[in-house]
Every structure is written in C-alpha cells, then in structure tokens.
Design a binder for this molecule. Structure first.
Ligand code: UD1
Ligand code: UDP
Length: 372
C-alpha cells in the first residue's frame, strides 16, 4: 500500500509515530506536515524524540484564523495528494489539519477517475460540547472517512449512534503505544525545573475555551495558587495571552517552555498530580498512574473518570483544592485496567488498513466510492 499521512499539530506527531513505524515495515508512507505547529518545541522536537522520519512535504501554513488556516491547508494539500496519488489517506484526531485533510481527500479524483480511501485514527470521540472547534472537526472527519479507527467502546457507541458503526473498528488508543515506547527512554529526561522537587503539580493548559476567556483563565490560575510548586510548560497560545497581560501566575507556578515528549513523559511519571485541559495528557496521567484534574466542563475520556483517576473540575479553584485534599482520590490505591488497549494499536491499525485495501483494491472509481 501507498499511504499519505497528514499531520500538523503536536498531538498528531505523538499519535503518528508508532503507526508510521509499523506502516513502514511493509508499506510506503508519504508524510505530509501542514505546518500548523512550527516552533521547534511544538514540532521538530517531536520528530527527534519519537524518531519520526522527516516529512516528505511541509506545507508551511503557519498560524491564522480557522478559515485562513484551514483554507490554506486545503489549497496546498490538493496538488500534493494528486501528485503522490496514494492508495489511502490517513488522518489523526480533531485539529484543523484533520479537517483540511478529510475535505481534500474525500473529494479527490485522480485523472482516471479513481480516488483514495480515507482512514481516521481516534474516530468517535465526542465531548457533546458544540462550542469546541475540535468537536466540529471530528464530526466532519467521522462522516467523511470510510475507515473509522476507534480507541474505545464509548467511541464505537458514539459512531453507531450517528449511523457510522458499519465503518468503525475498535483498535485501542495508539497513544498507549507511544507512551510505552517513550517511558522506556525517558528516565533521565526530567526537565531542570522539576529536578530536586520532592513534590510538584504538573499543569498544562491550551484550550481556546480556557485561554481565550479572561474570566475562566483567571479562575484556573487562581486554582493553581497552592502550597506546592506547579511546573507549567506553557503552550504558545497561552504564552501569547500571558504576554498580553491577561491573567497573573501565582508565585508558586514555574512557567517553562513547552517540553519535548520524553521530558513530558518524565514529568508526568513523577508528578504528585496533573492538572490539564489536554486530551492526550489526561490519558497519559492514567497510563502513569497519577491522579488527573481536568480543567474543562466535560471530557471525551470518560473511562478515566469512571475508573476514579480523573476528576472534571471545570475552571473552579475550590474544586481543584478539594480534589488535592481528597485522600481517596489522591491515594493511587485503586485498579488501573487497560482501558485504552494493550499497546499494540499501531499493528491493529495497519492490519485494518490492509484488510480494507484488499477488499476495495487500489484507488476506487467514483461509482465504487458511492456504492460503499
Ligand atoms: C491546536 C488544535 C487543538 C489541539 C492543539 C494541540 C485546532 C482547532 N486546535 O490548538 O485541537 O489540542 O493544537 O496543541 O486545530 N503558535 C505558535 N507556535 C506554534 C504553534 C502555534 O506560536 O508552533 C501560536 C500562534 O499564536 C497560534 C496559537 O499558538 O495562533 C494557536 O495555535 P493553533 O494551531 O491555532 O491552535 P492550538 O491552540 O495550538
Ligand atoms: N506534550 C509535550 N510537551 C508539552 C505539552 C504536551 O510533549 O509541553 C505532549 C503530551 O504529552 C501529549 C501531547 O503533547 O502527548 C498532547 O498535546 P496537546 O495537549 O497539545 O493536545 P491535545 O491532546 O489536547 O489535543
């Protein structure tokens, strides 16, 4: 098979790394980077840490409004896909990069009328919060892709409810594969800011609904004012808001630049607790056996909450201190079943693509595509 993979934002590099490794054993992969994230600490450092091959193409779109960014990606992706004429296109998650890639791939037609199939990794996640841009992106992806690779039973049920169950396959979460790979290599990678600290809370925050809302942003920062150092790798969106003078960091909060993936896994493993609005970090907290406080009004990763390892506190400072003071929540003395698979999800994804490819054959005609 010849697969064209489209990535562009930090969490997509983490998810693509194990799949890329598994795919390249027997197949050709063309890796396209949209350039949505471009700082070394948001992009190149992940390619180094996770040993991802350099992208064949970088579209260099950079930052912008949703429309400008997505539009530029669409415009620049189409000729690249036509030029490489892959059998299939592979996309990850729910960013604007995902949206642009599914829009282009799902309408692509080669000069002879054939077209590639389209696969979505991390299909079926729903927050049921329509204000999140990611919710819109993932719904579009799940309704345009014909291979839906779901991480959990909850995601499978969401897809079935939307009439997409026939396209869905439960493969587990590929972030488990990435985390296991990194955990073996991250022992001596603890960032300087956390070395020598007996106990610390790890904070990440970058969601538009938190960072771009001054009242929520201020409330979350107030909740970080505690008797514990808070190590805070600051996402560039958040850095820009702080630089503009919105929000005040309490004196116990230690802001640092975004860290590489191996540093992040080392920080997560040693944290007393993790406070985050990130999707990936909630799962990594669970995989590390560290209690997680989720700074959102809901989560897609409901299994971690049901298992007692994650508490959704919204932007409420009182709920943060209550969680940290709750000895049962903080005790870590509870089961941690393999909610997200066994770390062999990448192999299952490649097998699912191979099966689909054998069934459908090389790029389909528009008539075949309509019939499926
Ligand atoms: C994006 C995704 C979000 C994902 C997050 C992962 C969308 C709609 N959002 O949010 O789902 O959780 O990535 O981190 O796709 N910037 C830099 N350098 C960079 C990248 C960004 O300075 O390398 C700054 C720019 O000012 C930019 C801002 O960060 O405007 C936001 O970046 P953007 O990619 O638009 O959204 P994220 O918040 O990163
Ligand atoms: N991450 C990292 N360094 C950081 C912050 C996050 O390596 O400073 C990793 C984190 O471990 C996870 C991924 O980036 O694997 C999550 O990305 P992010 O929180 O930006 O996006 P989300 O998962 O919310 O879409």
């Amino acid at each position: 098979m010849r697969i064209l993979t489209v990535v562009g934002a930090r969490p997509q590099f983490v998810k693509a790394a194990p799949v890329s490794r598994a795919l390249r054993v027997e197949h050709d992969e063309i890796l396209v980077h949209t350039g949505q994230h471009y700082d070394d600490a948001m992009s190149a450092s992940f390619f180094r840490d996770l040993e991802i091959p350099a992208p064949e193409v970088n579209l260099d779109v950079g930052s912008g409004t949703h429309g400008v960014m997505t539009g530029e990606m669409i415009r620049r992706l189409e000729p690249v896909m036509l030029d490489h004429a892959p059998d299939g296109v592979l996309v990850y998650g729910d960013t604007n990069t995902t949206l642009a890639a599914v829009v282009v791939a799902s309408k692509l037609a080669y000069p002879d009328g054939r077209r590639p199939w389209l696969a979505h990794v991390e299909a079926g996640l729903r927050s049921f919060n329509p204000r999140m841009p990611e919710e819109r992106n993932r719904i579009v992806a799940d309704h345009l892709a014909e291979i839906l690779l779901a991480p959990t039973g909850t995601a499978m049920a969401n897809l079935a409810r939307e009439g997409r169950g026939d396209h869905a396959e439960l493969v587990g979460d590929v972030m488990v594969d990435a985390h296991a790979w990194a955990a073996e290599r991250s022992q001596d990678r603890l960032p300087a800011a956390a070395r020598g600290l007996d106990r610390f809370l790890l904070l990440t925050m970058h969601r538009a609904e938190n960072v771009d809302d001054p009242a929520r942003f201020a409330a979350i920062l107030r909740g970080m004012d505690m008797d514990l150092p808070v190590v805070f790798p600051v996402h560039p969106r958040t850095r820009a808001v702080l630089a503009a003078g919105v929000g005040v960091l309490p004196s116990n909060v230690v802001p640092i630049a975004p860290v590489g993936y191996l540093e992040m896994v080392a920080l997560e493993a040693r944290a007393h607790a993790i406070a985050t609005d990130s999707g990936g970090v909630q799962k990594e907290a669970y995989l590390s056996g560290v209690p997680c406080i989720t700074l959102r009004s809901e989560t897609e990763w409901v299994e971690t909450v049901d298992a007692g390892w994650n508490r959704v506190v919204d932007a409420d400072p009182v709920a943060v201190s209550a969680a940290l003071a709750d000895n049962i929540f903080m005790s870590r003395d509870r089961p941690r079943p393999a909610l997200y698979g066994d770390g062999r999800t990448a192999d299952r994804i490649v097998a699912a693509l191979e099966r689909h490819h054998q069934r459908i054959g090389a790029p389909r005609t528009p008539q075949q595509a309509t019939a499926s």
